[in-house]
Each structure stands twice: as C-alpha cells, then as structure tokens.
Design a protein around this ligand. Structure first.
Ligand SMILES: Nc1ncnc2c1ncn2[C@@H]1O[C@H](COP(=O)(O)OP(=O)(O)OP(=O)(O)O)[C@@H](O)[C@H]1O
Ligand SMILES: Nc1ncnc2c1ncn2[C@@H]1O[C@H](COP(=O)(O)OP(=O)(O)OP(=O)(O)O)[C@@H](O)[C@H]1O
Ligand SMILES: [Mg+2]
Ligand SMILES: [Mg+2]
Lengths: 256, 256
C-alpha cells in the first residue's frame, strides 16, 4: 500500500518541484515503484521529466474534474520504476471549476484509492497556494514534505502552512502527518541562512530532515535537459543531497 | 490620476514582492506619492515594510469582501510618500469567498476609483497564482510589471501568463498593457542566466526593462529588518539596480 506524500508550501520558489522530481527519481533509482503527480498548472514537474505540457493529452485535470481513472492517465518516464501523472494548461481553471462540485476536497483522495496499490511511493507536487488543488493534495496524503528555503520570507509563511495542515487534519484527513521540513537552497557563505537553519531546528526539533539541500547550479540547469539532476549529474552536490534525503526517507518510512 | 501597476507572475519566488517593495520605495524616495497594495495572503510585502500581519486590523480583505473604503484602510509607512494597503491572514480564504460574489473580478478596480486620485503610482503585489486575487489585480491595473527569474522554469511559465493577460484584456480590462519584463536574480557567473536574458530580449524586443536586478544578498536580508534594501543599504548592488529601474519607469511613464 503506497505511501502518499504531498510536497507543499504556499510560499513560491522554495524548491517544491525540484524536491518532488529529484526525490521521486531517487526512490525509483533505489528500486521502489514510484508515481509523481504534477498538481501545479505551471506543469514544472511534467517538463522537468522531459514531457512538453502542450503534448499531454490526458492529465490530472481529467482525473479530478472528469473522473477519468488515474491508471489510464499515468505515463512511463525515461527512468525505470518512475511513472508520472502529468499536469496540463487546463489545470489553470480547475480551482474555480472545483468549487461547486460534490466532495470537491476529496477528488484526489478518491482517484488514488485503486492506483496506490500499485506503487510504494506516490509524490504530489503542489502549486504555490492554499487553494483547492493544494487542499486536494493534502487531503489525499499520508504526510507532507515541506521544502523551506533558507531565507527570511520563507519563515514567515510557515505558521500559515502549519495552521492549514492542522485544519485539514481536523476536517478532511485525520491521519495527515508531517513527514519532514526540508531545508533548501542553503548557501553556507550567507549568515542569514545559518540563522534560518538554527531557528527551524530549534522550533521543530523532531521534524526537520537531517539532509540539507545546498544551492547548486546543476539543480537549476537539469530541467532544461528534461531530466532530474539525480540522472543528469549524479555526482553534483545537489544530486548527492537528494540521494541522502532519499535514503533518510526510506529509513524513516521502513521504521515507522 | 495615478498609474496602477500590477506586479504579477504565477511562477513562485521570482522576486514579485522584492520588486513591489523596492520599486514603490524608490518612487516614494523620488518624491512621488505611492501606494503599495499587498494582495498576497502570505503578506510578504506587509512584513517587508515592517508591519506584523497579525497586528493588522483592517486589510485589503475588508476592502475586497466587505467593501470598506481603501482610504480608511491605507496606512502610512516609515518612508515619506509611501503608503500601504496591508494584507492579512483572512486573505487565504478570499479566493473561494469571491467566487459567488457580484462583479467578483472588478472588486479591486472599483475599490481604487476614488483613492487613485490621491496617488501618482499604485503598485499591487500579486500572489503566485492566476486565481481570482491576481485576476482582480490585473483587472484594476493600467499595466503589468512581470518579474522573471533568470532560470529555466521561469521561461516555461511566461507564455501561460501572457495568455492570461491577453484574456483579461479581451474580457475584463481592454486597456491593460505590459509595462515591462524585469529580469531578476541575475548571476553573471551562470551561463544559463545569460541564455535566459538573450532569449527574453530576442522574443520580447521592446518589452524588457534595460535594468537587470542582480542576485544580491542585501535584497534577501532587508525583509528581516522590516525595511526595503532601498533604505536598509542604498549603496548595495541590489538597491542600485532598483534605483535604476525606478528612474527608467519614471522616464517611460512621463514619455508615454
Ligand atoms: N537547491 C537549489 N539550488 C539551486 N537552484 C535551485 C535549487 N532548488 C531549486 N532551484 C531552482 O530555483 C527555482 C525554484 O525552484 P522550484 O521551481 O523547484 O520551486 P517551487 O517551490 O516548485 O516553485 P513554485 O512555487 O513556482 O512551484 C527553479 O528555477 C529551480 O531550478
Ligand atoms: N535579486 C535578489 N537577490 C537575492 N535574493 C533575492 C532577490 N530577489 C528576491 N530575493 C529573495 O528570494 C526570495 C523570493 O523573492 P520574493 O519573495 O520577492 O519572490 P515572490 O515572487 O514575491 O515570491 P512568491 O511567489 O512567494 O510571492 C525571497 O527570500 C527574497 O528575499
Ligand atoms: Mg513548483
Ligand atoms: Mg511575493
């Protein structure tokens, strides 16, 4: 029975997509059947795996709004064991279209009931907002991975996100846990970055991943080659950090 | 009659708030009465000017949803000539609350009818999405400033944003122009950044600001002091770039 992880943070540009793409690639490369779901209308995860969003025929939009089966829409990728439920442009209108629908917050959770038996891990890349798409991702998830940029503005948004997760746990998904806070784009020459790391570790002692993702140009280059840094340049500092994170997640999941 | 500029891009973390805060500070320091509107539930612009979002009593939420007057809600800041219409946490639910309301796309445009007579420039910091809050910002604006990070994923989202601006021009706001594309977080040591700059200049020859904002640590530090880099460290490369942008905007606006 696959573990469903939502990668979420309403703060923009903190490394959600980069984490979803490289962590799912890491899990697949370690031999675990993994499904990545791109829930962001920007389709960054889709293009980060080499698919062009305009070429996608059926997407997560058709699964959520037209109730097509997730199995029919999921695609193979160039990486063994890694499958993708792509996003497409029509997802832009989905949040408004979902508002009047029955059980609008549970559309994703219901869509995954069957398909989660076929995968060990399912990762959901969420858009930078707390609207109905992210609410669907959090309602379907067992736990949340929260990428947190080592910058001042990133700390500000954290309490709003934790409040939202608490609200979802009370009303829509009682079992929702925090898988971990992931510190990203860490630049060791920047004293503010060190302050952010210390502050987060202090406030959330048991919930921060040991692995820290450094700022690394290979991570921002690899999407232009349509392949994760875990494949494009496995020896880079960015890919090594995501490999360590993958190992840490597998250890945490096996133990619990 | 003030010029209303929406600072928008659904891609997250590209420098929308940093641009809205430093450009509005630049315009105010140059003697132009300026109003900054924080339309993002994260309230980054509000905290970037030293206000704590929890301390805010009335916000843009009350203007859009309860139709309180913008004049009553606007606050002075520590910078002469600069006023702020703050955001607050209740903005998180605004997008869903706006859906059933009359003239839901025009709430911001109607709220600015009076107050725009009192200011020479009004800047709107939009959230990282194309939902009803950003649609309200674009419908109220004369023109859009589009911050564009010099990264691969940033280029991907641009055509969706330009499509949305075209749609708004056809249906809600016929006069909407593009004030300019602003290249941000430029790192001259990174070859991909140079490629992005060349590609954007090639595709949009007349619409890219001459001023380019470099990646500069002072810009990411200044929010933790609750004051724009234009004030916190006026001699920094980041502040100098925003000062040049301010000058360029004033020249373009006076000329047109
Ligand atoms: N550790 C890193 N080092 C360097 N660049 C990075 C790193 N992580 C992400 N990036 C780059 O920073 C930008 C933002 O990252 P990404 O798109 O993954 O964030 P996001 O949170 O998914 O953004 P959005 O909120 O728009 O969905 C991208 O251009 C990406 O390539
Ligand atoms: N030129 C720059 N150099 C260095 N850091 C920058 C620069 N511009 C912005 N930053 C930092 O990068 C992060 C993202 O910037 P900012 O919050 O302004 O983007 P945004 O587009 O408003 O994000 P969101 O999509 O969440 O609203 C912030 O931590 C900010 O301090
Ligand atoms: Mg993303
Ligand atoms: Mg912002």
């Amino acid at each position: 029975m696959g573990r469903v992880l939502a990668v979420a943070n309403q703060k923009g540009g903190v490394g959600k997509t980069t984490t979803a793409v490289n962590l799912s690639a890491g899990l697949a490369l370690a031999g675990h059947r993994t499904l990545l779901i791109d829930l962001d209308p920007q389709s960054s995860a889709t293009s980060g795996l080499g698919l062009h969003p305009r070429e996608v025929e059926a997407s997560i939009y058709h699964v959520l709004i037209d109730q097509r089966s997730a199995e029919d829409v999921a695609l193979e990728t160039k990486i063994a064991n890694l499958y993708l439920l792509p996003a497409s442009r029509d997802l832009i209108g989905a949040e408004i279209e979902l508002v009047p629908l029955e059980r609008r917050e549970y559309r994703m959770a219901e869509a995954l009931i069957q398909i989660r038996r076929d995968f060990e891990f399912i990762l959901i890349d969420c858009p930078p907002s707390l609207g109905l798409l992210t609410v669907n991702g959090l309602t379907a998830a067992d736990a949340v991975v929260i990428p947190l940029q080592c910058e001042y503005y990133a700390l500000e948004g954290l309490s709003a996100l934790l409040d939202t997760i608490g609200f979802i746990r009370q009303t829509l998904n009682p079992g929702l846990e925090i898988q971990g806070l992931l510190l990203t784009m860490f630049d060791k020459r920047n004293s503010l970055a060190h302050q952010v790391v210390n502050e987060v570790r202090q406030h959330f002692p048991d919930q921060v991943f040991e692995s820290i993702i450094p700022r690394n140009v290979r991570l921002s280059e690899s999407p232009s080659y349509g392949t994760p840094a875990m494949v494009y340049d496995r020896r880079s500092r960015g890919a090594e950090a995501y490999a360590a994170l993958t190992e840490e997640l597998i250890q945490n999941t096996v133990r619990s």
